[in-house]
Design a protein around this ligand. Structure first.
Ligand code: UD1
Length: 473
């Protein structure tokens, strides 16, 4: 967890740490289950929107002021990528000012791109603005191989010469003007990243670009909103066909990121799983339609208390519910692990099918360590609901799995000890503090000082608020 207070006096955000320190690698989260939660929680800005909007700011040679930036390790890493490209940043509280007027470098450093897959998305703006981009292939990650051929083919359709050499994508636009050309591009799969890369590339291209079978995720729509605020001409974002009419330059803007629908969904599941009533705001309920539908099917009520405020009211029992992850507006893959945590305690059997990423069910083994009964076959997980989970030492296998294991720990009997907190810190702003404020009993401790697995299992009566903060360079 990054400390907002600490960061507020540091500028730019790129000076904040970008990788887990040995202290954090050694930290674990102790979670004592079965405490009822209650109250209100504030939802932060959307990670995936913030990351791509930061990349999009490279398109503009004037200042962009981005509000509602979540304080996350991934955001700090993207800041480092921008700094390496010659961009100036100024960060205060949740506002990030990005000055790309001196954008000079077309090469993103491998050590930064390899730590943050989303930083590959700078390829589109770099190519549009400078006519040349050299960006290392990001490689696979914990949830799958994650190739980028859809990004590359789309850029080629727009006239870029692309070669992949020694693990780096070298792209340039021929001709003295160095301008990409509008094109009609059909994506074989509605990839979020490819849609965003190509939309950004097309904003400064000559002529019209049409992206067919485009991703419709709210973060794609947010990026389009940001580009339009800078003067881009984009229509159709949020549908499967996006049309971009290129313009010659963009102008300064002041823009606020949407609330994080995945963080909101995670707290909704926390309420359903711990039989607690929780209110969340700000949220955009429409962005949560598939998650809300499945929570209702699982027996909870989700009430819209205000246009930007939801309340989860759990049912008597958790009902078995099947889910299949799909591109938006289908059920989000980023909520699959959390929903599986809920199904472990359901009455009956549920089938969870992961269709978006090929390796995103590694948390199954961790849930089973806590007493869940889940069988895995390929991309299917058959969850047989059990009456109780029991706290256990578990390891976070990826970002969303880490949050799902926290939720399972909150519902389990006894103590859960979660390792692999660097995953959690990538994408959840102050998760522990927010849960503590709802009444959860959990705290981060350093393993070096406190070998918690060998400590007695006594249930501490008092929890101090989480004190661990990231150090800043
Ligand atoms: C984004 C989100 C991530 C979310 C995912 C799906 C960010 C920073 N991350 O990731 O949290 O889980 O959308 O909603 O926004 N694919 C290819 N070739 C390509 C591109 C993608 O085969 O060129 C495949 C991927 O391997 C994956 C699937 O398409 O199996 C979906 O990937 P994509 O939609 O591109 O996800 P990301 O943009 O990487």
């Amino acid at each position: 967890m990054l400390s907002r207070e600490a960061t507020s006096i540091i500028s730019p955000i790129g000076l904040s740490k970008s990788s887990s320190s040995p202290e954090e690698e050694n930290s674990v989260l102790e979670i004592w289950g079965r405490s009822p939660l209650a109250g209100d929680v504030k939802i932060s800005g959307a990670k995936n929107s913030a990351l791509v909007v930061m990349a999009g700011a490279l398109l503009c040679s004037q200042d962009c002021r981005i509000r509602n930036i979540p304080l996350l390790v991934d955001v700090a890493r993207m800041s480092e990528v921008l700094l390496a490209l010659g961009v100036k940043l100024h960060h205060q509280a949740d506002i990030l000012k990005i000055d790309s007027s001196q954008l000079s470098c077309s090469k993103a450093p491998y050590d930064l791109v390899s730590k943050l897959r989303a930083s590959f998305f700078v390829i589109g703006p770099l190519l549009a603005r400078l006519g040349v981009a050299r960006v290392p292939l990001p490689g696979g990650c914990a949830i799958g191989a994650r190739p980028v051929e859809l990004h590359v083919r789309g850029l080629q359709a727009m006239g870029a010469d692309v070669q992949i050499d020694h693990g780096t994508v070298h792209a340039y636009v021929r001709g003295s003007r160095g301008k990409l050309q509008g094109a009609r591009i059909y994506l074989d799969y509605p990839s979020v990243g490819a849609t965003e890369t190509l939309m950004m590339a097309a904003t400064l291209a000559e002529g019209e670009t049409i992206i067919e079978n485009a991703a419709q995720e709210p973060e794609v729509v947010d990026l389009a909103r940001f580009c339009r605020a800078m003067g881009s001409r984009i229509r159709g974002a949020g549908t499967n066909t996006i049309t971009i009419s290129g313009v010659s330059s963009l102008h300064a803007t002041d823009f606020a990121i949407i609330p994080d629908r995945i963080e909101a969904g995670t707290f909704l599941v926390a309420g359903a799983l711990t039989h607690s009533e929780i209110s969340l705001s700000p949220v955009i309920p429409d962005h949560l339609t598939p998650v809300i539908a499945k929570l209702r099917e699982a027996g909870s009520k989700v009430i819209m208390e205000a246009p930007n405020r939801l309340r989860i009211v759990p049912g008597q029992a958790i009902l078995a519910t099947d889910i299949q992850t799909r591109p938006y507006p289908g059920f989000p893959t980023d909520m699959q692990a959390q929903f599986m945590a809920l199904m472990t305690l359901s009455e009956g059997n549920s089938l969870i099918t992961e269709t978006v990423f090929e390796n995103r069910l590694r948390h199954v083994a961790e849930f089973n360590r806590m007493g869940a009964d889940i069988r895995l076959q390929g991309n299917y997980a058959l969850v047989r609901g059990v009456p109780n989970l029991s706290g256990a030492p578990v390891v976070a296998t990826d970002l969303r799995a880490s949050a799902a294991l926290v939720l399972a720990g909150l519902a389990a009997e006894g103590k859960t000890i979660l390792q692999g907190l660097h995953h959690l810190d990538r994408g959840y702003e102050q998760l522990e503090l927010k849960l503590q404020q709802l009444g959860a009993r959990l705290q981060r401790i350093s393993r070096e000082c406190n070998d918690s697995e060998n400590q007695p299992d006594s249930d501490p009566a008092v929890f101090t608020p989480t004190q661990v903060t990231h150090k800043f360079k």
